[in-house]
Design a protein around this ligand. Structure first.
Ligand SMILES: Cc1cc2nc3c(=O)[nH]c(=O)nc-3n(C[C@H](O)[C@H](O)[C@H](O)COP(=O)(O)OP(=O)(O)OC[C@H]3O[C@@H](n4cnc5c(N)ncnc54)[C@H](O)[C@@H]3O)c2cc1C
Ligand code: SF4
Length: 651
């Protein structure tokens, strides 16, 4: 009974007491990281793997475990029944949850249970973004707010976490030359949008969600989708077991995951969600949509000297350091007090396997346009995350029996604007409205319990109305108008062709054309073999503006237990087999695309390849690039234990 009503107990408590309640039940406390008592050097080298730390396959097969171990691992899970279970506490998941509870509270259905499960230790600490916020969705979610001015204008967020954009520039960089590019009026940020840190904004949304009665569980990784007996609909999800050693055996602190059964499961995992990709495949949600295409965004936050800081200034750059055949661009945003975000997005459909997005970012910062701002400052934060670039063409079907996709789990990124948080939130709100219409007509959970009914729904809910609501929304209109911009960069003219077409499209055509450009197959499949290219010699980091990868990773606060089952899965965890398939053709591409130094090929005279493949999974910052880009498509990113991963701040 305790676990049955666990969520409602938690709903009435604040976040810190969530940890206490969960620790009393079968789930490990959330925001607690093991204290090692090690020296700084020891703790650094344990957390950030260097070559001597090898994560070779040591996994025992399930059949080779003792009967006791097998029993422990397969013991029955506690079940909690809720109305709506939301996987992912980012902007989309939280907007869905808030909207649902607002609707429920307004119509006297306060007992509607809405649960959000988030893998990061604290709400917001896995969020990476620019961010320039377009306030539209937030204003719709919070029509009245103490943060609006006397005329009701502004953004419903505290002024200490957002800065109004007051000046902006767009530049094209060729070598040291910096040329101005006009900004199309509908893409302007100046005096309209706000700069900040999306991880702080998400943490704030978490507080707002709790205020309306959302049950928010952070530090909980959702690892499994649960299906009905006939396997045709989603009935819930299960959280990841804790305390399994890297050999696959239960450790002393083993705790079985928990099941959440729900009338609707909302997948809000962000770009390339590990469960979302299974759902898309299982229900054929991409049958009438194109492949998703992605970019990798890498960023840092700097504290800069006062004289370099221009509060509310934003700039986007194209060209240097990327070649004409690599899509992407840089950005710098000035916000808060003397804080500057600097970043680079690299389209993951690059062909040359010697390209390293991380090293391109280091080069960007050395360009005088960026270097002049950063010099004399201090880098305080580093982060990386994949983002969707497929636009409208790549949006899958949004509903299936038992659940829906919202936010970046489905796509919705406006690529030319590099903005997706407003569309992520709005799609969550649209889904919430449609879910509420259906669920509010059903008997409450308590009524079901009283009548002893087991099933939460008589018939699985397949929310077609959400798809329609999306089609009629401003999100669709916005994405439709820019649908040809990103794919126009994929012609044989490369970046120059794309710039010419998108100039025409954004200033004059505004997407009012009868044609829609297509995307290529997948970002992995367009990668060419190394033999076609020369290795790229990137400059050594100076330790002042540019840094080596481990220094950057140390600024993410990432943590995974060393004795934890590897969450970067290759078939049979046979690293040699992966190396044999990948290394001869792509010469260590994994090492170059990973922005956290997780993958390494180290010299090994005894190997027929002369190298040995290693996975330093402790360094992983959950960007999902490996799963997207590896040409062999045999790396599967699965959730590690809850609370693991980066502990981002200001990202
Ligand atoms: C470098 C960069 C710059 C950007 N700049 C801008 C910008 O300036 N303006 C803008 O509007 N947008 C920008 N975006 C896009 C914006 O960040 C995204 O559109 C937005 O974050 C999407 O929100 P979401 O909630 O759908 O996904 P996310 O923000 O990714 O949140 C998903 C959440 O789900 C959690 N999660 C995932 N899987 C699981 C699981 N299985 N179990 C439990 N929890 C899980 C994650 O930890 C995360 O907290 C940028 C993105 C990047 C990467
Ligand atoms: S291992 Fe994969 S998900 Fe983790 S940081 Fe590297 S590329 Fe990103």
């Amino acid at each position: 009974m305790l676990t049955k009503r666990l969520g409602s107990v938690i709903a009435r408590r604040n976040l810190s007491s969530v940890s206490r309640v969960l620790s009393k039940s079968s789930i490990r406390p959330l925001n607690v990281r093991p204290k090692t008592g090690l020296s700084f050097y020891e703790s650094f080298s344990r957390r950030f793997s260097i070559s001597s730390k090898v994560n070779q396959s040591v996994e025992a097969s399930f059949d080779s475990l003792t009967p006791e171990e097998r029993d422990v691992l397969t013991q029955e899970r506690a079940i909690d029944k809720v109305d709506v279970c939301i996987v992912g506490g980012g902007p989309a998941g939280l907007a869905t949850a808030i909207k649902l509870k607002q609707l429920a509270n307004e119509s006297g259905k306060e007992d509607l249970r809405v649960v959000v499960l988030e893998k990061s230790a604290d709400i917001g600490s896995h969020i990476v973004s620019g961010v320039i916020l377009e306030p539209r969705a937030l204003r719709e979610l919070f029509p009245s707010s103490e943060h609006y001015d006397q005329n009701g204008n502004g953004i419903p967020l505290p002024s200490d976490i957002v800065t109004k954009c007051v000046k902006e520039e767009m530049k094209f960089m060729i070598g040291n030359l910096v040329l101005p590019i006009p900004v199309p009026s509908h893409m302007r940020n100046e005096n309209k949008n706000y700069v900040g840190s999306l991880n702080q904004v998400t943490a704030y949304l978490g507080e707002k969600a709790e205020e309306v009665g959302v049950e928010l569980y952070s530090g909980i990784s959702v690892s499994e989708v649960l299906y009905s007996k006939d396997n045709n609909s989603v009935i819930g999800v299960a959280t990841k077991d804790m305390g399994i050693s890297k050999s696959g055996r239960p450790k002393e602190n083993f705790e079985r995951g928990m099941e959440f059964h729900a009338r609707q499961v909302v997948f809000a995992e962000g770009c390339h969600g590990s469960l979302t990709k299974q759902i898309i495949k299982k229900f054929g949600l991409r049958n009438n949509a194109q492949n998703q295409s992605y970019g990798l965004g890498i960023k840092e936050v700097w504290e800069v000297p006062k004289e370099k800081f221009k509060k509310g200034f934003t700039a986007h750059t194209m060209g240097y350091p990327l070649s004409n055949y690599v899509y992407g661009g840089g950005f710098q945003y000035h916000f808060g007090e003397n804080l500057v975000t600097v970043g680079l997005v690299v389209g993951l459909d690059y062909k040359n396997p010697y390209i390293s997005p991380y090293q391109e970012f280091q080069k960007l910062k050395q360009h005088p346009y960026y270097r002049n701002v950063l010099e004399g400052g201090k880098c305080i934060s580093y982060a990386a995350r994949a983002l969707n670039e497929g636009g409208m063409q790549a949006i899958p079907k949004l509903h299936f029996p038992g659940g829906v996709l919202v936010g970046a789990s489905a796509g919705f990124m406006n690529v030319p604007k590099i903005k997706g948080s407003h569309t992520a939130m709005k799609t969550g709100m649209l889904a919430a409205e449609e879910i509420f219409k259906v669920v509010s007509e059903m008997p409450s959970l308590e009524e079901l319990e009283e009548t002893g009914r087991e099933d939460l729904v008589e018939k699985p809910i397949n929310l077609e109305s959400y798809q329609k609501a999306f089609k009629n929304s401003w999100v669709y209109e916005e994405l439709h108008s820019v649908r040809n911009v990103r794919p126009s960069f994929n012609s044989f003219l490369g970046g120059y062709g794309g710039m010419a077409y998108s100039g025409l499209d954004t200033f004059i055509l505004r997407g009012r054309t009868p044609w829609t450009f297509s995307f290529h197959e997948s970002d992995a499949s367009v990668t060419e073999i190394a033999a076609k290219y020369k290795p790229i010699e990137y400059p050594k980091p100076d330790g002042v503006i540019s840094f080596d990868i481990l220094t950057s990773v140390s600024r993410t606060g990432t943590y995974h237990d060393e004795d934890e089952k590897c969450h970067l899965r290759v078939p049979d965890q046979d690293l040699q087999k992966h190396a044999e398939a990948a290394y001869p053709k792509w010469k260590g591409i994994e090492n170059r695309f990973c922005p956290a130094g997780v993958y390494e090929y180290v010299e090994d005279k005894n190997s027929p390849l002369s190298v040995k493949f290693q996975i330093n999974a402790q360094n992983c910052i959950h960007c999902k690039t490996c799963d997207i880009k590896v040409p062999t498509q045999d790396i599967n990113w699965v959730v590690p234990e809850g609370g693991d991963g980066p502990k981002y701040s200001l990202t």
